[in-house]
Design a protein around this ligand. Structure first.
Ligand SMILES: NC(=O)c1ccc[n+]([C@@H]2O[C@H](COP(=O)([O-])OP(=O)(O)OC[C@H]3O[C@@H](n4cnc5c(N)ncnc54)[C@H](OP(=O)(O)O)[C@@H]3O)[C@@H](O)[C@H]2O)c1
Length: 404
């Protein structure tokens, strides 16, 4: 497409009044003009009949999966697991293409494909789903931005994706919600409760309206490499120098964190499980812990004990920390590491719903925190120059006693 481009840059800085007009083709981030705006017919090819190979990374298992939100924390684990079993993965992305290029390693040559998209551009959504028989929506955000509110990202976006997936004849649709999502989440600190959780609940309803057979996952806090649970508590900004403020010292909050690889494996299993269609799964870890004790344990693992100056305090009486949250929101705006919304959500007790299936129903053997967390927190240790192998450090402390 030839677009007339007016470069006014020169006129502003160098030659006032002079406009340079070129007839150069202008590179657009994406171009969907070849895509009809309205409904797509279902794919004509029977993809499973094209299966080939023995089932490893260099084979094709008959699944073409579009993974929205693949650039995120869970997305990388999921794409790797899909690539490992010979899935062709379509990755819609926004922003810089080099940021997600590393995901190309997850599959064989030509099996991981990238397409630019925008959540509110339906043409681009059609384009990335029209050849797929599986769609997985991992899009989510812990904080609102200037361009996207919680409702945009968790309700309207998923609704559009689910509707278009249905139009395209997609056979399996997986959607990520969140544990404790509720129409009116029980407030802990904020009078209105967590807006994130309310929008996740509305997102589930929107997806079910458009794609009733969708498989919905509600994960608790997910931990693993580059997570936002362990790293949140190990970040200096979450502390008041060496004191860690928690609401009521974290004594009234119970958490049941789940390992990222278990969640990713469960999503893959759900695609192949005919019984999973239309069900909601709650992704929680094998044990429940009191938040305060859990955070103490993280600090012990990081060698940040009472000798180092660590102390758990009560956020209700910590006016310095409250002022810091207030100023962070006022000055920096929406900051993922410190906001009232984040603090509210971290103090909501994980409450799995009775009778709702869990990851174990999808054949997952859940990972225990003590088997992973010491490794994950290793980079955050105080006195990191000492080598544990020299015997200078004793064995990692045992995790706190689980609660029922
Ligand atoms: N991690 C947890 O502890 C946890 C707990 C409960 C529920 N969940 C839910 O599980 C899902 C996956 O979690 P995660 O930890 O992998 O999330 P994440 O690391 O924050 O990744 C979110 C993904 O969503 C994309 N995204 C966000 N806003 C977007 C927008 N406006 N338009 C297009 N793409 C957008 C991001 O793309 P960019 O890279 O371009 O920003 C990224 O790929 C999310 O829905 C999350 O809410 C996670």
């Amino acid at each position: 497409m030839v677009v007339v481009q007016v470069i006014s840059r020169f006129s502003r800085h160098h030659l006032p009044g002079l406009y340079v007009v070129t007839t150069q083709p202008v590179q657009r981030r994406y171009q969907c003009s070849d895509v009809p705006v309205k409904k797509f017919p279902p794919p004509g090819t029977n993809l499973p009949s094209l299966k080939r190979g023995t089932g490893g990374r260099s084979s094709f298992n008959g699944i073409v999966a579009t993974v929205f939100g693949a650039s995120g924390f869970l997305g990388r684990y999921l794409v790797n697991k899909l690539g490992k079993i010979g899935t062709q993965v379509i990755i819609p992305y926004r922003g810089e293409s080099y940021d997600i290029l590393r995901l190309r390693m997850c599959g064989d040559l030509g099996q991981i494909l990238f397409f630019p998209f925008h959540l509110s551009d339906e043409e681009s959504l059609y384009k990335v789903m029209k050849y797929s028989n599986v769609v997985i929506n991992l899009i989510g955000r812990d904080f609102e931005t200037r361009s996207f509110t919680f409702d945009d990202v968790h309700v309207e976006g998923p609704r559009a994706i689910a509707r278009i997936a249905k139009d395209c004849g997609v056979q399996r649709f997986v959607h990520m919600s969140a544990l404790n999502a509720a129409e009116k989440p029980k407030p802990v600190i904020l009078k209105s409760g967590s807006h994130f959780l309310a929008s996740k609940w509305a997102g589930e309803q929107a997806v079910r309206e458009e794609f009733p057979e969708a498989i919905v996952f509600r994960p608790a806090d997910i931990y693993g490499h580059e997570d936002r649970f362990l790293r949140y508590y190990s970040h200096f900004w979450r502390r008041n120098i060496r004191h860690l403020p928690l609401w009521k010292k974290g004594k009234e909050t119970i958490k049941q964190p789940v390992f990222v690889s278990d969640v990713a494996e469960a999503i893959v299993n759900s695609i192949f499980d005919p019984d999973a269609v239309g069900k909601t799964f709650e992704a929680v870890g094998p044990r429940r812990y009191e938040l305060g004790e859990l955070v103490d344990w993280f600090h012990l693992l990081m060698k940040k004990d009472t000798d180092w100056g660590y102390k758990r305090t009560d956020l209700r009486y910590d006016l310095i920390f409250q002022t810091r949250i207030f100023l962070t929101e006022k000055i920096i705006g929406k900051y993922p590491l410190l906001s009232w919304e984040r603090v509210e959500r971290e103090h909501v007790t994980d409450t799995p719903t009775r009778g709702v299936p869990s990851l174990e129903d999808l054949g997952i053997t859940l990972t225990y925190m003590e088997d992973r967390v010491p490794f994950e927190l290793r980079p955050f240790r105080a006195l990191a120059y000492y080598d544990a192998e020299l015997g200078e450090f004793e064995k990692p402390p045992a995790p706190p006693a689980p609660v029922m």
